[in-house]
Design a protein around this ligand. Structure first.
Ligand SMILES: Cc1cc2nc3c(=O)[nH]c(=O)nc-3n(C[C@H](O)[C@H](O)[C@H](O)COP(=O)(O)OP(=O)(O)OC[C@H]3O[C@@H](n4cnc5c(N)ncnc54)[C@H](O)[C@@H]3O)c2cc1C
Ligand code: FES
Length: 503
């Protein structure tokens, strides 16, 4: 069945909040801690550090809260689909317990900040469910429930939920939470700016040099000097820690539809298996918006991304009987090969440069957890979870998953150079983008609605893979480590820091 989808990809979180308007960095300055990236990690860390008496500068390439954190589903939960049974097997009960405890603590940290700062961000306590649609998925649900109980988490096994369809069973965590991430970020940003601390927008950082002190260098040449630096750019823009080889980028899709509040399933839900869906609602001006997510895939590896929105909307019509899809958008997260995020020093040789990445699509609790760990490390305090997530830990380069993903990168790097050898930019239709070969060079050609052809180099400015066209978002996406560029070739997602060369 064909349903109408909104023409433009637009996040509800961004559409329902005003645009912030912080200045860009135009002169050198000095602070205690420079924070590169104004998403949930950057803003939460800045808040905790300023509260502890440090001066901070948040340096954001675009607008605060406009990255992944402005496009998420924003369930703040320690129930991460299926994780605890695997963690107990992989790292043992003690560490799995720390994982649960740290994510639970992050939920409470949100609650405490939101209450003490009186932040109006639709924060609501909700139960979180991972459900099996069919009986053959039930064993995994039961194993997850048993593992969670063993670890002391607030878990129960249920067969009734508020969902409008039957399920085989679900593991339920009580007293989790959800919120409006952009309202939260905008409010906190206001409290960070001032008294020797700063928020800068439209300030892309190119690199960081040295450590005593750290010199954070912006695209326009301005330098922020700081004792410590947090790289909170989602995937770090600095390559030294090889995080691009320890995690892979997964893109996923969301649609939003207004529903009758009486049909609100009253919870946060996620399925299991290959084709799972994620469900929650959010209040807005007396109305209820249903959000449904899913259809995840590795960045740059699906040609027809538009069809994925259609499949999500079919699901919304058939399961919730919605009338109309009001929003559609997509975003991506870095999936860590050993299921644990990387939070801590950039490399064993760094003592003042920190990172937080690899949240595996559960970055609400993990970004707050990162803020707690990194602020403790910078303030010289013990943190009970820092070792578990140590970003310099030996990584599973030899695990099946990491070998496969890094092999895929090699295949893309070489193989994509031999694709589309005979295509020409003249054949690119209106609204279409295509990688073509001209004079032996790989060119990304996009023809806009007025018929003008825009040509950029298709060679990613990060490590040289060939980008691919994403028709649903009208962007050039790199299949290797997830850098993205708009249709004009301007960088919109790290790890890249430079635009694609224009022709
Ligand atoms: C579809 C989807 C749904 C999700 N739903 C959930 C959920 O329900 N619950 C959950 O827990 N997690 C969820 N996640 C994961 C979560 O959204 C992310 O892990 C989290 O938002 C990442 O936050 P961040 O601060 O690391 O990144 P971001 O929010 O992307 O912040 C990074 C910032 O750095 C800036 N930046 C980049 N490069 C530079 C540079 N060179 N100079 C300056 N600034 C720069 C960017 O512009 C950006 O604003 C979801 C992920 C996806 C993909
Ligand atoms: S993101 Fe690394 S090569 Fe493109």
């Amino acid at each position: 069945m064909i349903h109408n989808l909104p023409q433009k990809s637009q996040s509800f979180w961004l559409d329902s909040t005003p645009e912030p308007n912080y200045p860009n960095l135009t002169q050198n300055l000095s602070v205690d801690v420079a924070i590169v990236g104004g998403g949930l990690v950057g803003i939460s860390a800045a808040k905790l550090l300023k509260q502890a008496g440090k001066t901070v500068a948040v340096l954001e390439a675009e607008q605060v809260g406009s990255g992944v954190s402005g496009h998420t589903t924003a369930k703040i939960s320690s129930l991460h689909q299926l994780i605890y049974a695997d963690l107990i097997e992989q790292i043992g009960e003690e560490k799995a317990r720390l994982y649960g405890e740290s994510n639970q603590a992050a939920i409470e940290q949100y609650a405490s900040i939101i209450e003490s700062e009186q932040i109006d961000c639709d924060f609501q306590r909700k139960d979180s469910y991972t459900f099996a649609s069919s009986i053959n998925q039930l064993d995994k649900i039961k194993a997850e429930y048993e593992a969670a109980v063993q670890l002391g988490l607030p878990a129960s096994f249920v067969q009734e939920t508020g969902l409008p369809f039957d399920i085989a069973g679900a593991v339920k965590f009580t007293n989790q939470a959800q919120f409006h991430p952009r309202k939260y970020i905008l409010h906190l940003a206001k409290t960070i700016n001032g008294d020797g601390s700063y928020i800068f927008e439209q300030t892309r950082i190119k690199t960081v040099e040295g450590e005593q002190p750290c010199k954070v260098i912006a695209e326009n040449g301005c330098i922020v000097t700081a004792q410590d630096v947090i790289i909170a750019t989602h995937l770090p823009i600095l390559d030294q820690g090889l995080f691009f080889a320890k995690a892979y980028p997964k893109r996923s899709y969301l649609i939003g539809a207004w529903i009758d509040p009486a049909k609100d399933p009253q919870g946060m839900f996620i399925g299991v298996g290959q084709d799972y869906h994620s469900v929650r609602t959010t209040p807005h001006e007396g109305k209820t918006l249903l959000l449904i997510g899913g259809k995840g895939h590795k960045v740059g590896e699906v040609d027809d991304t538009e069809v994925l929105y259609k499949q999500l909307s079919d699901y919304a019509y058939s399961t919730f009987g919605v009338d109309e899809i009001a929003y559609r958008w997509s975003t991506q997260d870095m999936v860590s090969f050993d299921k644990l995020p990387y939070i801590g020093k950039l490399t064993p040789l760094n003592n003042h440069t920190y990172v937080a990445t690899g949240f595996s699509l559960w970055g609400m609790s993990k970004s707050m957890m990162s803020a707690m760990i990194l602020s403790d490390l910078i303030l010289g305090k013990e943190n009970p979870w820092a070792n578990l997530y140590d970003a310099t830990r030996p990584t599973p380069f030899v695990s099946q998953e990491s070998i496969k993903q890094n092999l895929d990168v090699g295949i893309h790097w070489v193989g994509d150079r031999f694709k589309n050898l005979l295509d020409s930019s003249e054949k690119v239709g209106v609204g279409e983008g295509k990688v073509v070969t001209e004079n032996g060079e790989k060119i990304g050609a996009y023809r806009d609605e007025s018929g003008t052809l825009h040509k950029v180099s298709a060679v990613c400015s990060h490590l040289g893979c060939i980008v691919s066209w994403n028709p649903a978002e009208k962007s050039w996406d790199c299949p290797c480590h997830g850098a993205r560029y708009n249709c004009q070739g301007e960088v919109i997602q790290a790890p890249a820091v430079s635009d694609l060369k224009k022709y």
